[in-house]
Design a protein. Structure first.
Length: 831
């Protein structure tokens, strides 16, 4: 920031010889000494001359007139919008010396301990600037701040050998051998272990084939004393003469009885001989069955005992964090209201030790839209500050995602007249942003810039002439000059394309329609544009069932005056109709200027769906703090969106640097299990978001929330009379379905509508008696809109008949037209 300020000052004052030496001092040629240290330890300008200063007086000749002239940093009260904060100080009053250079003696340094993160400080109190142990490269822990406003990492911790987890830098850790075994390391067998420092494997229990207890070899005995003793007590031959195949079988637990050496059987996944367990085979035991409260049970590497290091005894209430405790009474794991983002207060622990009790904490957290605690700003709450109050000329002020500082990327210093486009300039003197009279729609001439830089001066431009047979400026065509287009390139089957008399658009009256043209009778059901087909057939189903005749074409073109015209038919006629944003030269009265884009030629996209601002000057510019045109957002202009509106739990939403989308890195995701239904969660614990069995369409019962934060309706009872679900009632709500099913199974009406009745009604029994109200065995009931019905096209005659005429219903979606066709084609009456 300091070097940028220096460059700005040098540029603004015309002092092009300002340099910074390698020692950090600045020499501007005026004799000023810039070696004094500022509040953050960096060099600042010393503009005062000592009594022994014999250098030549370099006071600019205009100094004292109250306006900054070339060679001056300031003049009287004209400080060029700068303040002590601009030089890295926390406050104070910036002044201008008699020699028109800045006087910093009234500025005050940053104050460690005030809770505000200021230049030179890593942190201040509980304000850690968004940092944590993990962001500083540690595995975890609680980051603190020293009295000198530097990070205190004493309570942070690294990954450690002995925790049973294989981590970077370790060869192994406890029983976690990274998948290696004695055999994978080239031995014939044995039990691989890990050195105590996790730096290498312990190979002492690995052995080669010549003395392997698990394989036959030509010598008596084997390498493992315990195995040797166990086998030779039963079969002395193995130690007196030879360790043959019989001895090896006995060692491998294949000799019958309880014989079997752990060194041979441990690792095969079966519990043999004297093994307590083997790998994941724990013999049905768990931490709970062994007397613990929970945790993952393991098996010792030699299979001799269970590994209970992961088991825990939950003792909530003993005042010590253990087991699954997040906290326990006064033991808050080093946390406080401040460390959790509040201003202060007294932090407590929930009675079940599952989380913190913040009810006595005071203040809020960054992202709540209110400046509190250590916030400099929070979202749209800028504490009354603007770009102007911070010394800029204008622009939208924003807030940093962590609420620690203002985002001034949208602020600008307007300097119209310097020959360079900056600030709100559309142009500036000779800098015309690459525009010319021709690019603005004129035939030629000399383009200029308005004196206030707010727009272009086109008084010397020469206009285009419609009727001279040449496309110029904003003309779409001119006489026989059709820009290389014809009827076929515009989507017609053929004919003669002409140009309208005012050169604003094409005259397509001489073009003939395509085979399945939506805009003319085509002799077949439907047309080639799905959107148009859906719109017209919703008005007149005949157009999709039988024939796209002249009446259908009139609806599509708007000739019937019904207001249902299709974009594909009206775009290109030079008249703004239906849902068009524009059409040719008919821009609905809009212009570049009315859109706030300065000037230029506004156009219309070829499909009439949107205005074309590419010919406007000062079009959407990513970084100007205004979300315009195709921009999703721009700086602090988030279009009214927030983390919460995007389905996340909270936090500070930002905009990507290219304005193409939102930056959600500062948002907090919804956390399933925290008891609060947020973001995409349907529910969370006891928070059912106001829903109940009844609100979800059931008759009664107890609604619950599943572990994945979706509704658990297993405790709900079916809606009274539901034909597709077992209700226990006699019959169901639909008379036709009741009659059909009870004719097959009278007990459904005489005893109760049980699972057998519901299966028959829904078609899941495969008997082919499904009811219309249950969908005839299809993806959804035929009288309800939903997904495509191709799954039952071959088995359901109504679906087959509908899709034979309207393939969209089986290929894309079963929409409102398809539901209407159930009545018009199948003759069925939807309830």
């Amino acid at each position: 920031m300091r070097w940028l300020l220096g460059v700005l000052l040098a540029s603004a004052c015309g002092r092009n010889d300002l340099t910074l030496s390698s020692g950090g001092t600045a020499d501007d040629g005026s004799g000023s000494d810039a070696s004094d240290s500022g509040p953050d330890g960096t060099d600042t300008l010393d503009t005062s001359a000592g009594p022994d200063d014999t250098s030549t007086d370099t006071t600019p000749p205009q100094c004292g007139n109250g306006a900054v002239d070339p060679g001056e940093e300031c003049d009287g009260f004209d400080l060029q919008g700068l303040s002590c904060a601009s030089f890295g100080f926390s406050g104070g009053t910036l002044a201008c010396s008699a020699s028109c250079s800045f006087d910093l003696q009234g500025c005050t340094s940053a104050a460690c301990g005030n809770g505000l993160l200021e230049p030179g400080e890593q942190c201040d109190g509980s304000n850690l600037g968004g940092q944590s142990c993990t962001s500083l490269g540690f595995a975890g822990g609680v980051l603190g701040c020293t009295g000198g406003c530097s990070f205190d990492t004493g309570d942070c911790f690294d990954f450690s050998c002995g925790n049973g987890l294989l981590e970077p830098g370790e060869t192994c850790d406890g029983s976690d051998l990274g998948g290696e075994t004695c055999i994978s390391l080239g031995f014939s067998g044995g039990q691989l272990q890990c050195e105590f420092d996790c730096g290498d494997f312990d190979l002492s229990e690995c052995f080669d084939a010549e003395d392997d207890c698990c394989l036959a070899h030509g010598a008596p005995g084997c390498i493992d004393p315990d195995c040797e003793a166990e086998i030779c007590d039963v079969d002395p031959f193995c130690c007196s003469t030879e360790w043959d195949q019989i001895c090896a079988d006995e060692a491998n637990g294949q000799g019958g009885g309880d014989l079997g050496c752990t060194v041979c059987t441990c690792g095969n996944g079966g519990i043999d001989g004297g093994e307590a367990c083997d790998g994941a085979n724990l013999g049905g035991q768990t931490c709970v069955s062994l007397g613990f409260d929970g945790g993952p049970l393991g098996c010792a590497p030699d299979c001799s005992a269970f590994d209970v290091s992961g088991c825990f005894i939950d003792s909530c209430g003993n005042g010590v964090v253990d087991g699954t405790d997040v906290c326990d009474g006064p033991d808050l794991a080093g946390q406080s209201c401040a460390s959790l983002g509040f201003v202060g207060g007294v932090l407590g622990c929930a009675p079940d030790c599952s989380g913190f009790d913040t009810s006595a904490c005071v203040g809020g957290t960054c992202g709540n839209g209110v400046v509190d605690g250590t916030d400099v700003c929070d979202g749209a709450d800028l504490a009354g500050q603007t770009c102007i109050t911070l010394g800029f000329d204008g622009g939208p002020l924003g807030c940093a995602p962590d609420c620690s500082a203002f985002d001034v990327s949208g602020c600008f210093i307007d300097s119209c007249g310097n020959g360079v486009i900056d600030g709100t300039d559309v142009c500036d003197g000779p800098d015309l942003a690459g525009q010319t009279c021709v690019s603005l729609g004129f035939m030629g001439g000399v383009l200029g810039c308005a004196p206030d830089c707010s727009g272009f001066d086109t008084s010397a431009c020469v206009g285009a002439t419609c009727g001279n047979g040449v496309i110029e400026g904003g003309e779409i065509c001119d006489g026989a000059d059709l820009a290389g287009l014809d009827c076929t390139t515009l989507g017609f089957a053929g004919g003669n394309l002409n140009c309208l008399g005012d050169c604003s658009s094409f005259d397509t009256s001489g073009c003939t329609g395509a085979g399945d043209d939506c805009c003319a009778p085509n002799g077949s059901p439907g047309c080639n544009d799905p959107d148009c087909e859906s719109t017209v057939c919703a008005v007149n189903p005949f157009c999709c069932f039988v024939d796209w005749d002249a009446l259908c074409a009139d609806i599509a073109t708007g000739a019937n005056g019904g207001g249902n015209e299709c974009l594909v038919c009206t775009c290109g006629n030079g008249v703004l109709d239906g849902n068009e944003a524009c059409d040719g030269a008919d821009l609905g009265g809009e212009s570049c200027a009315s859109l706030g884009l300065g000037g230029g030629v506004l156009g219309c996209l070829g499909d009439c769906s949107s205005l074309d601002t590419s010919g406007c000057a000062g079009g959407p510019t990513c970084g100007d703090g205004l979300a315009e045109g195709p921009e999703v957002c721009d700086g602090a202009d988030l279009g009214g969106e927030s983390c919460v509106s995007l389905g996340l739990g909270g936090g500070a939403l930002a905009c990507l640097g290219d304005c193409s989308g939102f930056d959600t890195s500062g948002c907090v995701g919804a956390v399933c299990g925290d008891g609060v239904a947020e973001g995409p969660e349907a529910c969370d614990g006891a928070d059912l978001a106001g829903q109940s069995c009844a609100s979800l369409g059931f008759s009664a019962g107890m609604l619950a929330c599943a572990a994945d934060c979706s509704f658990d309706t297993s405790g709900c009872t079916a809606a009274a009379g539901d034909c597709c679900t077992a209700t226990g009632l006699m019959g169901c709500a639909d008379p036709t379905c009741t009659a059909d099913i009870c004719a097959i199974d009278p007990s459904c009406c005489g005893v109760g509508w049980d699972a057998v009745c519901a299966a028959a009604a829904s078609g899941s029994d495969g008997a082919g008696n499904a009811c219309l109200v249950c969908g005839f065995g299809c993806a959804q009931p035929l009288c309800q809109t939903g997904t495509e019905q191709a799954s039952c096209q071959a088995t359901n005659q109504c679906v087959a008949d509908v899709c034979a005429i309207d393939a969209f219903c089986c290929a894309n979606a079963w929409d409102g037209l398809c539901v209407n066709e159930v009545g018009s084609i199948c003759g069925l009456v939807c309830p």
